[in-house]
Design a protein around this ligand. Structure first.
Ligand code: PFF
Length: 463
């Protein structure tokens, strides 16, 4: 915080910066694959309810804590109550874990951008392309290193601003591209070898219509945990990032409006990405394709582009380049958060910290990228999935640590400093916090209870 005491130029600047951190592979890659894995409409319904309740509460809390304490997460919690020093350390560890695999996914996107740029978009549409890429240690390792180094160099040289400017142009174009591709996905129709015809509109039905048949308590909890972990990841909440952003927000900015705008925008991008990917995977691979997991986006989209004819390779190229930018801005914000905290903890210079972090994370990214070849493991996760190294890191950070952090911070805000501590900050610019009663109710009663259930579920204690 000492080095960078500048603040956002205004509400718009702040919302755009926060949205740049929030919108990334979480929206394009994680949201669609979780929705498909958890059966479409039901996940979507639960997700939307959770964003409007927990998403809004968690984001408001993080931003208010940052603006009110003017401290990074490590010190902020401690200054609210000295017994809560451990919360700062936990929140710091989340980006530390996320960073171990974020560049790997960024590398996957980079690989597809290069494939389309070099005219191999057709080959990328083959079923085996993705698996043969990630199981090839040289190829997978190379792209992870490339993406990681790109991020580290940008943070090292402090040129994030340039990238942000670029992404302000790229983001709206990406949105329009997603919208068009989603529209095209809905118009798809395909008859498979068994003579079964599936359409994009049928796929949309699976995406949008909740199916309550065969819903058990165990399955419901599983969906709840997946949806909640997605909210944490996608909104970048409960990981210190938004606390740091809160420090930079001017006192006269209307935080309530900003929270709504960030939540809306982030959810909208995820929803559209789902509309682009889920109907198309249904059309080309049927219901079996829905359980594809992390490879979903990479398997379905090249097929969509291939079916577009002559313009397909160009649209594919544009899409993956822009998606790469969205991943880069988020990856920068993860590394930036770790860097800022390390500078404070070790009282070190930015250059030294980024150099060390760049080397350490390049090595770790290679290890995670090789988790599908040299370091292959199969671990049954409590959410019903079988995971490799990348999924394990994702599960520990988003499904285990974040509910613990949210449980503790809900107790801290709801019962120790009291909800009005946050509400006062939310109203500092003179605006009135809408749904105050909902905030109080959720932070005091609902959040501790739900987070406790999720913690037990995440650790496999509750079925
Ligand atoms: N919210 C980002 C996404 O949806 O891709 C991911 C992210 C950004 C996670 C920043 C963590 C972080 F610190």
């Amino acid at each position: 915080m000492h080095e960078n005491s500048s603040s956002f130029s205004g509400q718009m600047g702040f919302v755009l910066a926060a949205a740049g951190s929030a919108v990334g592979v979480g929206n394009l890659w994680r949201f669609p694959y979780l929705t498909a894995k958890d059966g479409g409409g039901l996940f979507l319904l639960i997700y939307l309810i959770l964003v409007m309740t927990f998403g809004y509460v968690l984001l408001s809390s993080d931003l208010a804590i940052g603006r009110r304490t003017q401290k990074n997460s490590i010190r902020a919690y401690q200054s609210m109550d000295s017994r809560c020093w451990f919360l700062g350390i936990l929140t710091f560890l989340v980006p530390v874990l996320i960073m171990t695999y974020y560049a790997v996914i960024g590398g996957w996107i980079l690989k597809y951008a290069v494939a389309f740029l070099t005219g191999q978009g057709g080959a990328a549409a083959a079923d085996a392309y993705f698996v043969s890429f990630i199981t090839n240690p040289w190829d997978a390792g190379f792209y992870a290193v490339l993406f990681m180094l790109l991020t580290a160099i940008i943070v090292y040289r402090g040129v994030e601003k340039g990238i942000e400017k670029c992404s302000r142009v790229m983001m709206p174009i990406l949105l329009v591209a997603i919208l068009l591709i989603a529209g095209y996905s809905l118009s798809l129709s395909y008859t498979d070898a068994d003579g079964v015809t599936r359409t994009g509109i049928q796929g949309l039905g699976i995406y949008m219509m909740p199916d309550f048949a065969n819903l058990t308590m165990g399955k419901f909890l599983q969906i709840l945990l997946d949806a909640m972990s997605q909210i944490f990841f996608s909104l970048s909440v409960s990981m210190g990032i938004m606390i740091t952003y809160g420090c930079y927000v001017r006192k006269d900015v209307n935080l309530n409006q900003s929270v709504s705008q960030i939540c809306l925008f982030d959810t909208f991008v995820g929803l559209l990405a789902g509309m682009m990917i889920i109907p198309s995977i249904f059309v080309f691979s049927g219901m079996e394709g829905m359980a594809a997991g992390p490879k979903l986006m990479f398997v379905s989209l090249p097929k969509v582009f291939a079916s577009m004819g002559a313009v397909g390779p160009f649209i594919g190229m544009g899409f993956f380049v822009m998606a790469g930018f969205a991943a880069l801005t988020s990856c920068i914000s993860v590394l930036e958060a770790i860097t800022a905290n390390c500078m404070e903890i070790f009282r070190a210079r930015r250059e030294t910290v980024t150099r060390v972090l760049g080397i350490v994370y390049t090595i770790i990214s290679v290890v995670i990228a090789l988790g599908y070849s040299v370091f292959y493991v199969e671990v049954a996760l409590p959410n019903g999935a079988t995971g490799q190294l990348l999924d394990i890191m994702d599960y520990i950070s988003n499904s285990c640590m974040m509910p613990v952090i949210s449980l503790c911070s809900a107790i801290l805000i709801g019962w120790i400093v009291k909800p009005d501590w946050v509400i006062q900050e939310m109203e500092r610019d003179g605006s009135v916090m809408p749904r105050k009663w909902l905030y109080r109710f959720i932070i005091r009663y609902v959040a501790p209870f739900v987070m406790l259930i999720l913690c037990l579920q995440a650790f496999g204690i509750l079925l």
